[in-house]
Write a protein that binds this ligand. Structure first.
Ligand code: ADP
Length: 183
């Protein structure tokens, strides 16, 4: 399943984010930047200590990374060239700005990728694991943000890939991508 906007392909695959051979993978990090479970644990395990060392340097320079923001590091031993660490919102019923923060997490990640000339970007399903954001709404919000960012940077990306861990998550993102409005 894919949709094409100008010269950018938006694609969906079922798989493991750490195994993607792309310019940059995005980490579903937490504000501490010190690692955690889920995607974060898999990226640090697979990439080795160089990623955490850079995260600690960023922490020393600017504190952590607030929800909706993103920072960039090496990918260590992973096949991707770089890792963008973004922090999604913790779902707390939906009335606390969660959708805007999730949109910002995708949007800031793509701004950083564009600034660094990273043309093929792979995302996991940010906030839908430990942070409990409902999958259908997360998928709709992710594509709103991705389509808006591609519109702002029509020349920047060859592919924006969503990498889903489960068949159920893949189905939710497929539905959302099918119905997403492209301006
Ligand atoms: P968050 O804390 O932002 O909710 P999680 O890492 O807990 O992030 O989970 C986000 C999503 O990523 C969940 O759907 C989870 O199943 C999925 N996931 C976990 N490990 C991987 C992986 N190695 N590759 C891709 N997706 C993964």
């Amino acid at each position: 399943m894919e949709r094409v906007i100008g010269t950018t392909r938006i694609t969906l695959v079922r798989g493991d984010i750490t195994q993607q051979t792309v310019d940059v993978i995005v980490n579903a990090a937490n504000s501490s930047l010190l690692g955690g479970g889920g995607v974060d644990g898999a990226i640090h395990r697979g990439g080795g200590p160089a990623i955490l060392e850079e995260c600690m340097a960023i922490r020393a320079a600017q504190g952590g990374c607030p929800p909706g923001q993103a920072v960039i590091t090496t990918a260590g031993q992973l096949p991707a060239r770089r890792v963008i660490h973004t922090v999604g919102p913790v779902w707390n019923g939906g009335g606390h700005g969660e959708a805007a923060l999730l949109r910002s997490a995708y949007g800031r990640s793509l701004e950083l990728a564009a600034e660094h000339g990273l043309r093929v970007v792979a995302f996991p399903s940010i906030s839908t694991g430990a942070y409990r954001f409902p999958i259908g709404k997360a998928a709709t919000t992710a594509f709103e943000a991705i389509i808006a960012a591609v519109g702002r940077h029509p020349e920047a990306f060859d592919e924006v890939r969503m990498v889903l861990f489960s068949a159920g998550d893949l189905a939710a993102y497929r539905d959302a991508l099918t119905t997403a409005k492209v301006a």
